[in-house]
Design a protein around this ligand. Structure first.
Ligand SMILES: NC(=O)CC[C@H](N)C(=O)O
Length: 751
């Protein structure tokens, strides 16, 4: 019948459905509002032509060229390309150009835009406006304002780095990521990407170490690439970030304190229909969601974020967007910015975007798959099998060095993706497990077997032309390579896909670690190869010898099978691979002597920075659990238990009435059973909530941050599922009209 109604009638029809229910219940008010939102999809949003709006709000090189004197522009270009320092004088020119461009575009304020260790981005706006001596006003922005600002470092996570007497921190301009205009209904702000460091120079953000890792891998990879091609003078990482997310109606979200405060549902009986029919993945995008996506894409494109792909993901109400590849630092800035834009645009559509890795237990979680590769200044993708045998050896070199790096430092990669929220996702419903392994695909797996075999070595030695001995690697088409969703680190034809990264994470951390360990591996590789060359072994053979050795050494990390299976967990243990399931323990590796030395040698983190970061991550972990525990306590005592008691009282009245009119126990035995069950579950949730509070108190009394985080994980967190279990039982028996929280079926299916 629905299909014959027009939109207004549909809305009225739906009101009629809900109006019989208890409207004083905020859940039903939310359901009603969500239904309205569903039927009021705005048609005002239209896909704009990408080539017309792309980069409109970005101070791109072409805009700079327009605003800058020619020699200054040339100087700036080579400074950015070569990673050289920009002089004060040049910075002043750039500041003037930026100001002119921004003001012409209606911008009133500017801000340094940085990525402190809170996980979100930070900004502090200043107006261009300044009063002049004569009582009028001018608009001012100069090199000082562009290059460096001084936010108070003590109010950001700093892991004890700041001295009590010196709370200052500095943000410093990152010229390799272009300034952009962030536009909201309230106005426009010029945002200048910056790093954030303490007064004493230690990094307090995600970007500074990433930039160091990028420089380190550039140097290490360039030196190795020069074995094959002297024209290579620079190697950059490229990154394509797939972003998974959930959308939930804003009214329903606002009626769920758990979603509001923790980003995930802490209670909720699974909807009878979830993802079991596999009918959502790649399905037709719901109209309201498509309107959101189009709006998001328009805004992202204006900011120079090259969004290209959109689709439904596996779980109901789960979606994905993905941009084209970009240089790593830019890709990460864009992803951070994208997450902000996603939230901003969602509100306009009465949606809330959930970036949490596991908003709903029982359906798929969300990842942020990081597709990483290395590209030379000559345009060669070092992880793409080449057309010539010589290129094949180059490919094998970088491919095998990456595998070896992951093998040697799997625990660091595991730590780089560890968070309280990703703990719920790893190993649950289609997400990669906590065991780091690499999937290569059968073709490449076989090729490595062959390269490793003595047969190839003999052939190569016998053949004057070394290249002919190396097995030919066919031109791999992306679509031809097999896929393995169960692998945390999968090769996909011309790049590695680090799938274990969580949807809410800042990719800078996993990318800092990945680039650092691969750089370190390449440095070691070069030392070994050079040693052999010195001994008189031909360069190509020396390379092949070390590659073969690495293939052998790193075998244990390669796994082609089902990463979800129990057998893999057992086999991984036999192979000696770690399976660290909880964050506080996964983080230990950051402060082992080996890691401290590694990061120090590579110039990425000094000891103090590593230790501070470790502490910040632990603190963040336990605080997030602390918030979840508090929300659970509040909701069960002030919403769930009272609602259940009201229903229980109705049942009691019913039983009394039936008794009064002379009916026997057989007429109200079910009611009695319900009354008892409700009492049992209410008592349990209230008791458990109190026990959980005591456990929290105990954990809070522990000084050592690691110990405290572990206690939260081991003695507080287990209550969450226990309480959830009983709440879900109650949800099933209590009168639907009295249930105070929007149910999962409503959260997942009204959009
Ligand atoms: N289709 C997919 O790729 C599922 C990925 C899954 N959502 C994850 O958490 O990584």
């Amino acid at each position: 019948m629905n299909q014959f109604l027009n939109k207004t009638e549909k809305i009225e029809f739906n009101f009629a459905l809900t109006s019989t229910t208890n409207m004083s219940n905020s859940r039903f008010a939310a359901v009603e509002a969500a239904t309205k939102h569903h039927f009021n999809v705005t048609n005002a949003v239209k896909s704009e032509r990408a080539i017309e709006i792309y980069g409109k709000n970005v101070f791109t090189p072409s805009k700079m060229r327009y605003y800058l004197p020619k020699p200054t522009f040339k100087e700036l270009e080579s400074a950015i390309d070569g990673g050289n320092k920009i002089s004060r004088e040049m910075a002043d020119f750039i500041a003037q150009a930026m100001k002119a461009w921004a003001i012409e575009n209606g911008v009133t304020h500017y801000t340094h835009w940085f990525q402190p260790l809170t996980g979100s981005t930070a900004e502090k706006h200043d107006a261009f406006f300044e009063p002049d001596m004569d009582g009028s006003a001018i608009e001012k922005f100069n090199a000082d304002a562009l290059v460096q600002q001084e936010p108070d470092a003590s109010s950001f996570p700093n892991g004890g780095i700041r001295n009590t007497f010196e709370a200052r921190g500095y943000t410093a301009w990152d010229p390799s990521s272009p300034a952009f205009i962030f536009e909201t209904a309230a106005g426009k702000t010029l945002c200048i990407p910056t790093v954030f460091v303490s007064y004493t120079g230690e990094s307090l953000d995600y970007k500074a170490p990433l930039l160091k890792a990028i420089a380190t891998i550039d140097k290490a990879a360039t030196e190795v690439a020069q074995y094959f091609d002297k024209a290579v003078t620079k190697v950059s990482g490229s990154l394509g970030i797939e972003q998974e997310y959930f959308l939930v109606d804003l009214s329903l979200y606002n009626a769920r304190p758990d979603l509001q405060l923790t980003g995930r549902t802490l209670f909720g009986h699974m909807s009878a229909k979830g993802q079991q029919l596999e009918d959502h993945y790649f399905g037709a995008i719901p109209e309201r969601v498509l309107a959101y996506m189009v709006d998001l894409e328009n805004e992202a494109l204006k900011l120079g974020i090259p969004l290209k792909t959109r689709h439904n993901e596996v779980a109901p109400s789960q979606f994905e967007c993905a941009p084209m590849f970009e240089e790593i630092n830019l890709a990460i800035d864009h992803n951070q910015l994208l997450m902000n834009v996603m939230e901003q645009v969602a509100i306009k559509h009465n949606f809330k975007v959930l970036l949490h890795e596991k908003p709903y237990s029982g359906v798929n979680g969300s990842g942020k798959h990081n597709n990483w590769s290395l590209i030379t200044n000559t345009g060669v993708n070092l992880l793409s099998p080449g057309k010539t045998p010589k290129n094949n050896l180059m490919f094998l070199t970088f491919f095998v060095n990456t595998i070896k790096a992951v093998f040697e430092h799997a625990d660091l990669l595991r730590a780089s993706i560890a968070s309280h929220s990703n703990d719920h996702r790893l190993g649950a419903n289609e997400a990669p497990p906590a065991i780091i392994s690499i999937f290569l695909g059968s073709q490449l797996d076989e090729i490595l077997e062959e390269v490793e075999s003595a047969r190839v070595a003999k052939k190569v030695k016998a053949d004057a032309n070394l290249w002919h001995g190396i097995p030919k690697i066919p031109d791999l088409k992306l679509d031809n390579t097999d896929r393995n969703r169960t692998s945390p680190f999968a090769f996909t034809g011309n790049k590695f896909e680090f799938r274990a990264v969580g949807s809410s994470a800042n990719s800078a951390l996993p990318m800092t670690i990945l680039n650092a360990i691969v750089a370190n591996q390449l440095i070691e590789f070069k030392i070994e190869v050079d040693k052999q060359i010195k001994k008189g072994i031909k360069k190509d053979l020396a390379i092949l010898n070390v590659v073969r050795k690495y293939i052998k050494d790193s075998k244990a990390i390669r796994f082609e099978g089902n990463g979800y299976s129990e057998e893999w967990e057992k086999e991984a243990a036999v192979r000696g691979l770690s399976n660290i399931k909880s964050t506080p323990k996964a983080l230990d590796v950051y402060v082992t002597e080996e890691s401290l030395t590694l990061f120090e040698n590579l110039g990425i983190f000094n000891r103090r920075e590593s230790e501070a970061r470790h502490e910040i991550l632990l603190e963040n972990f336990f605080k997030k659990l602390q918030i979840e525990a508090r929300v659970i306590g509040d909701v069960v005592t002030s919403q769930i238990a009272p609602a259940c008691i009201i229903y229980q009282n109705e049942l009691i009245q019913n039983v009394k009435g039936l008794k009064e009119i002379g009916l026997g126990i057989e007429s109200y035995s079910s009611q009695l059973n319900y009354i008892e069950r409700i009492s049992k579950h209410i008592n349990l949730i209230l008791e458990k909530a109190e026990e959980m509070r005591q456990a929290r108190k105990k954990a809070n009394s522990v000084e050592d941050m690691r110990e405290r985080a572990i206690m939260y994980d081991e003695i507080v967190k287990p209550f969450f599922d226990e309480i959830r279990y009983h709440v879900n039982k109650l949800e099933k028996i209590v009168d639907d009209s009295k249930w105070p929280l929007p149910k999962l079926r409503e959260l997942l299916f009204i959009h």
